[in-house]
Write a protein that binds this ligand. Sequence first.
Ligand code: ASP
Ligand code: MG
Length: 412
Amino acid sequence: MPVLVMKFGGTSVATLDRIRRAAKRVGVEVSKGYDVIVIVSAMAGKTNELVGYVNETSPLYDAREYDAVVSSGENVTAGLMALTLQEMDVPARSWQGWQVPLITTSAHSAARIEDIPTDNINTKFAEGMRVAVVAGFQGISPDGRITTLGRGGSDTTAVAFAAAFEAERCDIYTDVDGVYTTDPRIASKARKLDKIAFEEMLELASLGAKVLQTRSVELAMRYNVKLRVLSSFEEQSDDAGTLVCAEEEIMESNVVSGIAYSRDEAKMTLVSVADRPGIAAAIFGPLSDAGVNVDMIIQNIAEEGRTDMTFSCPTDQVKRAEKALLDARTNGEINYHDLIADTDVAKISAVGIGMRSQSGVAAKMFKTLSDEGVNIKVIATSEIKISVLVDRKYMELAVQALHDVFELDKTA
Ligand code: ASP
Ligand code: MG
């Protein structure tokens, strides 16, 4: 029988009542003839609570025990979902990650999936089980310890199962009804997209749109898993939600498909560093060693052999970046006059695969921001994205203006 993967996020399993609603949806797919793999998150708020317990007990915790504790939320919902399905006379059983087994690396709290052997679950399907309820977010390391995949990791569990079982689709049930052109809380004209290409979703996911864990989209793109994002709170038709799929499956789309923003960006400038071969490596090597995620980078024109180097990174990594750079200066690896951190900035990005074939998007974006009196501090581009850093107070204004000028409220 064809296999369908259905993933329910924390808000969709937050209460017994919601688990019942989710189970009913699973029942509908079973009656259509699918064998279903259900991936569940922990009940909303549960994982945060468990992380809190760990931090309070042991601030410099053993990551293996952190995983043992925080993975437990999913075990509860997996068992409850299986029980609920059984109450509805749907043959179902729960699986913890190690039982499948979902084999991961040993990188605790950020493990990567290595393999999902399908034999155990397939044997049960062959015996008449119709639903395998699998605890998301967790796996087992080669040395037999429980691992977790990083926050939001159930999305990645779901896509990995869809790839391993060659599922017809992977439906991600959440508390929003799809992927929007931008955040509807900021731009009231934001429109739900029927389809979006993997590459675009990847940019939007990593740029701050929080619907899907970025890694899950990477994985879906690699294995060409059709992903559907939809709400578990609304009645669903067969074409509900947003389909994240290969570019070829989208006939017509706007040049820009979405505007993403990220509030938590900081801009850091190293004033007057020597302009010599190896200077970028000397600066960004230590930053990378310190785990700082550098995003945009600009090096200014040199004057008298010295230049300014500006980069952006998440606000909560500023302290780490400062320390790494100060240490590098103390060790004599680099030399700079000053380090200026501006934590009052936001990043706004226009994303769209149409940019590959159409020019003028950047010019239009810059003109729009200038008409609104918004100063651009840093610019970065890729084939399908243009990002700018602006003062945070202009973030909403910039998002709305760009959404308007690229007419994202209208379909192509
Ligand atoms: N419960 C985990 C978290 O909150 C995993 C997930 O829900 O995706 O991060
Ligand atoms: Mg999530």
